[in-house]
Structure formats: structure tokens, C-alpha cells
Design a binder for this molecule. Structure first.
Ligand code: 1CP
Length: 333
């Protein structure tokens, strides 16, 4: 059994697998080299040879226990026909949103558009470097995708709450998003993903209607993944109460963010836990990194735990700090 599956399915707390959110990306010089020759990010995600190569880059360097497919949560709106562009320094920019057009996209058309992602997963799962490693497929959670599709840019830049006023529009859009997220999940599993992670990066933005926008649609996705007997990890970044989230949504494992007190979580949550370390710690020094990483390893010593961060690795992270982190986790007894 692969390491994360072993943690989840057998409740094994003796092994501490490690992988890192955004491990295939901008902190790696070999990624930056490919990226500099491929200015169109969406095209890069749809180039199955390059996306397979990028997925394997961090595995070759650090021998992580899991490979996360090089793609993006915004490939979903792209698959639905909404324009998606990534501009330097500006982040993602999405085009006009036409609900009538999107609601009429058919499953085959969508799957065909995103087919290179599935081919890349299938390439990776048959590559000998990934023997006994988990292959992580992923999606954005319905709420986070809804935010990007309506806001058309990162809510980090600005988010107008008025855009959620048209309740019927939002409800219909959410239902289309959920339908296609299920298809995207199923396609990734059929291609060879052994685990699914659901990223709700903007869960923390929501103050009311958490049931309608987060619990209910995420639970629907979690139940969908479970039908395939594939474990599902949720990352509801910034959500106020992880305990309630886990009780309602029932993922197989939860990734905690760096604002969460791990000591509190271990008393509140019975399911396997992943992550937590603040990515900024990797920008400090090795001594501090060891102290902070060991803190998590100690707290979760007797709990099924996968080492990871509390959000994606920062682009300015030095390679040697990642090497140090992997060594600390592997040497921990
Ligand atoms: O070179 C570049 O400029 C591209 C940077 C980049 C990369 C490497 C983007 C643009 N996406 C990715 C890959 C990516 N994105 C992966 C696969 C690689 C891996 O994880 O190892 C994954 C899983 C994602 C997931 C993703 N994309 C999330 C959820 C996780 C998180 O960090 O919160 C989100 C919110 C996105 C949107 C996105 N894509 C890219 C950027 C810069 C952003 C964030 C924009 C914002 O701040 O709103």
C-alpha cells in the first residue's frame, strides 16, 4: 500500500510520509527554466509531456512520498469555456462568464479539453519513479472556484461582495461547478490518481452561509470520491472551526492551515491530519526549521499524520531548506 493510503486506511501513525503543497513549481530552478520557455501557463498545463516532467521534478530531487499532478484549480473554468490567463505579478485573470453557455457544456467536450491532464496522470502513474508513491489528483472546492469565476481575479486583489447578490445566478453556477468538479475528479481517478485533495483556499472569506457554500457542496464532492474507494483530503484554509468541518464533511484526512494550533486539533479531531507548518519557516534558518518541524512531529507522534505545510511553498524558498526539512522528517524517531 502507498504511504498516505497506509496512514489513512490502516490508521498507521508509525510512518510519517511527506510531500509539500505546490511542490511542483516556482521555487525549483528546473521548473523556472521550463516556465521561461512557456509563457502561456494554461498551455503548459495542457502539455502532457512537460506537465509530467514538472510533476516528477520534486520527486527526483527530494524523493517525496507523493506526486501531485502539475495543473491548476482554474483548469476547471477553462474546461467550461471561461477564458483563464495568468499574468506576471497579477495572478489569474478570468474572462466573461456566460452561465447559459457554461450550463450547456457537455461532459465529453469538457473531458476532451482537459484530456492532457488525464494523460499526464496516466504517464506518471506508470513511471517507475512513482512506484509506491501516491499520485494526488486535485480540484478546487466549489466555493473557491465560484469566487474566482465570479470575481475573475484573485480575491487577494479585491472582492466585491455584491457579486453574490444575485442568488439564483449563484445557485445555478454553483450547481454547474459541482457537476463538472465531479467529472474532473472521476477522470483523474480513472487515469490513475490514488488520492484526491480538495483545495478550499478561500474558505476563510466566508462569514455566513457556510453550510450552503462550503459544507454542503464539499460533502457532495467527498461522497463522490468515496464511491471510487479513493481517499480524499480536504484543505479548508481559514475555516473558523475545523472540528465542525470534519464532523459534517467527513474527509478521510484534513490538511490544517498554519493559523491552526496543532495541540488543539489533536484533541478535537480523530481523523488523520496533514500539514500545518507555516511556509514562512522555510525562509528562516535550519535550526528554526528543525525546531518547528519537530514540534509538529512530536504533537502528532501517536496520530496518523502526513507532513506537509499549512499553505503552498513560497517561490523564494531555498532548495537546501527543503532538503533539510525532508531529512528532519525522515530522521524523526
Ligand atoms: O509560474 C507561474 O507563474 C505559475 C505559478 C503557478 C503554479 C506553479 C500557478 C498559478 N499554479 C501552479 C500550479 C498549481 N496550482 C498546482 C500544482 C503544483 C503543485 O502543487 O505542486 C496546484 C495544486 C495548484 C493549486 C492552486 N492554484 C490553488 C490551491 C492551493 C493554494 O495555493 O491555495 C490556487 C488558489 C490556485 C490558483 C492560482 N494559480 C496560480 C496562482 C498564482 C494562483 C493563486 C492566485 C491567488 O493568489 O489568488
Amino acid at each position: 500500500m502507498t504511504p498516505i493510503q497506509e496512514c489513512i486506511k490502516n490508521n498507521n501513525h508509525k510512518i510519517k510520509p511527506i510531500w509539500i503543497m505546490r511542490q511542483a513549481g516556482r521555487y525549483l530552478p528546473e521548473f523556472r527554466e521550463i516556465r521561461s520557455k512557456n509563457p502561456d501557463f494554461v498551455k503548459l498545463c495542457l502539455n502532457e509531456n512537460l506537465s509530467s516532467e514538472i510533476t516528477l521534478q520534486p520527486i527526483k530531487r527530494f524523493d517525496f512520498d507523493a506526486a501531485i499532478i502539475f495543473s491548476d484549480i482554474l483548469m476547471l473554468p477553462y474546461g467550461l469555456g471561461q477564458e483563464v490567463k495568468f499574468e506576471k505579478g497579477l495572478g489569474p485573470k478570468l474572462g466573461e462568464l456566460d452561465l447559459d453557455l457554461i450550463a450547456n457544456v457537455n461532459k465529453d467536450e469538457f473531458s476532451k479539453k482537459l484530456n492532457p491532464i488525464y494523460k499526464s496522470i496516466s504517464n506518471i502513474s506508470s513511471n517507475s519513479i512513482c512506484k509506491n508513491k501516491d499520485i494526488i489528483g486535485f480540484v478546487g472546492a466549489p466555493w473557491t472556484i465560484l469566487v474566482y469565476m465570479i470575481n475573475k481575479m484573485s480575491p487577494k486583489k479585491s472582492l466585491s461582495k455584491e457579486i453574490f447578490n444575485d442568488k439564483l445566478f449563484v445557485k445555478e453556477l454553483l450547481s454547474v461547478i459541482e457537476k463538472f468538479l465531479k467529472i474532473h475528479i472521476e477522470n483523474q481517478i480513472k487515469a490513475g490518481a490514488t488520492l484526491i485533495q480538495i483545495f478550499d483556499s478561500w474558505a476563510g472569506l466566508l462569514e455566513d452561509n457556510i453550510s450552503k457554500f462550503i459544507y454542503e457542496p464539499t460533502l457532495n464532492l467527498v461522497n463522490h470520491v468515496k464511491k471510487f474507494d479513493v481517499p480524499v483530503i480536504c484543505f479548508p484554509r481559514g475555516v473558523k472551526d475545523y472540528k465542525i468541518f470534519c464532523e459534517i464533511v467527513k474527509p478521510d484526512m484534513v490538511n490544517i492551515d498554519y493559523n491552526i494550533d496543532p495541540k488543539k486539533i489533536i484533541n478535537e479531531i480523530q481523523i488523520p491530519v496533514q500539514g500545518g507548518l507555516d511556509p514562512k519557516i522555510l525562509l528562516t534558518d535550519k535550526e528554526n526549521l528543525n525546531t518547528e518541524a519537530i514540534k509538529y512531529l512530536q504533537i502528532f507522534k501517536d496520530h496518523p499524520y502526513v507532513f506537509n505545510l499549512g499553505h503552498g511553498i513560497l517561490p523564494e524558498t531555498k532548495i537546501e531548506m527543503v532538503q533539510e526539512l525532508v531529512k528532519t522528517v525522515r530522521d524523526f524517531k
